[in-house]
Design a protein around this ligand. Structure first.
Ligand code: SAM
Length: 281
């Protein structure tokens, strides 16, 4: 493909961005079709293990920390006292691991539609699954849209939507109806954070509609946090926060004194991610 030997390189084409991203391979470790999607695992030369779903890069061992830390810590340091966290999707368990670093979290439920994603993560990304035995962690393999529809009102502090792109089973996770269900499930200071793709390629197709839908669903404020993500199209990614309360300030002293290690997130990074680039206004 484009001069790249398909046996030595994995290439993801991003049609909407007229671009592609390639990783040099050592070999293919696994491939299977589940009732939901096709999952491939590769070993790469420099990025470590790679998980691909339906041809799209989900994560690599090298750079997933950027995404997982930004999906978890800004939301958890924004809520005044997050105890009950629900992760929708997130089957690789990397976001769950970051959530469980917060000692105040009493219960973290991961609702992943495809159990095979988690089983393969346990096998090929054991470092992301190291907190799976934490007694505060619960795993439910089912549809996150349905789970949210049936959730007890006010029973959740933070919802993290760590999903695939809005196609297939994830399509309904990007709708006003889903955000209304999240709004109802969330308590007083509740907030939601959702991966929202690239500001360069998906501004009008995903990011702006997401802000509109979250506000229409009743959230008073929305903001897209931005961060680098080399393995995703354009290398520039966002996670969009929506809150019932204030999402523009956070527990900065707690973030600065966090008792656990991170490789990207810190209080200054959080503050910087609260700035809005002109493009995203
Ligand atoms: N970080 C990745 C990205 O942005 O490309 C996402 C990784 S994570 C593996 C995404 C997960 O969302 C997949 O495992 C997929 O099975 C799950 N998923 C998709 N739709 C879902 C739904 N409706 N309910 C629960 N999980 C869902």
């Amino acid at each position: 493909m484009g001069g790249l030997d398909e046996h030595r390189w994995f290439t993801e084409i991003c049609e909407e961005g007229g671009s592609a991203f390639s990783l040099k391979l050592r070999g293919k470790l696994h491939e299977e079709r589940t009732p939901f999607q096709r999952i491939e695992i590769y070993d790469t030369e420099f990025f470590g293990h790679l998980m691909v779903i339906d041809g799209f890069v989900m994560l690599t061992a090298l750079d997933n920390f950027l995404y997982h830390e930004m999906m978890a810590h800004p939301a958890l340091f924004t809520h005044p006292d997050p105890k009950r966290v629900v992760i929708i999707g997130g089957g690789d368990c990397g976001t769950l691991r970051e959530v469980l670093r917060h000692a105040g979290v009493e219960h973290a439920l991961q609702v992943e539609i495809d159990e095979r994603v988690t089983r393969l993560a346990e096998q090929y990304f054991p470092e992301l699954c190291e907190s799976n035995d934490d007694p505060r962690a619960e795993f439910l393999f089912g549809d996150g849209i349905r789970w949210m529809k049936e959730a007890e009102p006010g029973s959740v502090d933070v919802v993290i939507v760590d999903s695939t792109d809005p196609i297939g089973p994830a399509e309904g996770l990007f709708t006003e109806a889903f955000y209304r269900d999240c709004h109802r499930a969330l308590g007083g200071h509740g907030l939601i954070v959702q991966q929202s793709e690239s500001p360069l390629f998906h501004l009008d197709s995903i990011i702006r509609p997401m802000h509109r839908a979250m506000r229409a669903a009743g959230f008073g404020d929305t903001h897209s946090l931005q961060f680098p993500q080399p393995c995703y199209p354009s290398g520039w990614w966002t996670a969009t926060l929506a809150g019932k309360g204030d999402i523009r300030t956070f527990r900065e002293t707690d973030a600065a004194a966090k008792p656990f290690p991170t490789r990207y997130y810190n209080a200054a990074i959080h503050r910087a991610a609260l700035a809005t680039p002109e493009l995203l206004r």
